[in-house]
Design a protein around this ligand. Sequence first.
Ligand code: SAH
Ligand code: SF4
Ligand code: F3S
Length: 459
Amino acid sequence: MAGHKNLYIRTFGCQMNVHDSEQIEELLKEKGYRRTDNEKNADLIIINTCSIREKAEQKAYSLLGRFRKLKEINPGLIIGIGGCVAQQMGADLIKKAPYLDLVFGTHNIHRLPAMLQYVQKNGNRAVETSFHESVKSLGIQTLPRHGRVRSYVTIMQGCNNFCSFCVVPYLRGREESRDSSDIINEIKFLADHGIREITLLGQNVNSYGKTLHNSSNFPSLLKKIGDEAGIERIRFTTSHPKDLSDDLIACFAEVDSLCKHIHLPVQSGSDYILQRMNRHYTSKEYLKKVEKLRDVCSNISITSDIIVGFPGEKDNDFQKTIDLMEKVRFDNTFSFKYSVRSGTAAERYDDKVPESVKSKRLEVVQSLQKRHTLESNRALEGRVEDILVEGYSKNKRTDVVGRTGTNKIVNFKASGDIIGTIVRVKITKAYINSLRGKLIAKRRGIGNVSRNESIWFSY
Ligand code: SAH
Ligand code: SF4
Ligand code: F3S
């Protein structure tokens, strides 16, 4: 389109940040910006940052250095930084990087167009990191990008849990839930625009409704979405084990469109470490919840997050994490070396674990997980799965790629006309990161039929 300006966004961190970037893109579209994948063509660069571990923070700084060079070539280039590092550092970022034009915090995405206008008009810098009680960006609706079949929907913002290792409550503020009718309307809108699967987002979705002063809670929201929103597949992330209620567990049997997958971060298998992490559950309680989930839904996929080398973690504490992994046999885990974060309670613990020990422990966790992931993927060989087809495979136009309800990636031979539909695929081969399959049936007219009258035909 003639006359538009180019916006280049780099995003780090969690899915909430990814969704924030989509909202930024939407807001700036109204100001004449279109997204580009080429930073060299950009009129405006936004770095959407994460501060969860030191490494994530460092990435933002090294990128800033690179963009500085672009600004030397093109002095008209505007550079902005948002997200959790921006929230944490505020105006100090301008001191660190004087060529920055914009700094906006996690509660100020909606202010971006006005800030940009100010910068353009006055050639000045703008910094906005104040917290607001009501987060305006919760309501920014994004239009699905062309060809997309999945989309995020924010249901809540912030976190009240204060796990002792975590900066999120300081950078995203207190929990705030979005009104359920706004959520349903957004999902209906997305479904009308070709979206087949939504992921409900929140730092701890299980707390949904607590700030709403009515009877809404997360299980009732899920049921309402399942009944009213007309969406094929629902996912959510993330849930804190302490708040995983029996009602929510029951949803895996009661809400047809809820995918049979839960991400349930355990962090550690040692009760001593869990208590120091301020997690409010024991390993036994965690295992009990896993058992209940599997009672309700035998083939549910369970994934998790694990931190190794938290202060005070001795060999026998670490062994308990390994024991717990052996008992649960997670489908997958994200595992991290503990990284000290400024301002958190764990910063004060002085029994830090040496880096070399953390590295060894991480390796042990990751190689065990590989074994378990392969094992759980192999269990699918020979089985028939419903796959939502998302697009062409990465390197092969003759293959398409999609996901099982349990969130496993499957590649198989098929033409592109089935993208955006749910098809039946026989799993023929399991690898660590994906599965290979064979198309056996596709569903007709998925856009026009309701769930109950779907028609399958053999392929
Ligand atoms: N709100 C989500 C997770 C947010 S952060 C939840 O509670 O589940 C994602 C993961 O990063 C956490 O589950 C944890 O495993 C990891 N993490 C958070 N802070 C960390 C730190 N200081 N060092 C290492 N890993 C950390
Ligand atoms: Fe961080 Fe804990 Fe909140 Fe998750 S629940 S965002 S780990 S404080
Ligand atoms: Fe990172 Fe902030 Fe998300 S610290 S993990 S981007 S909430």
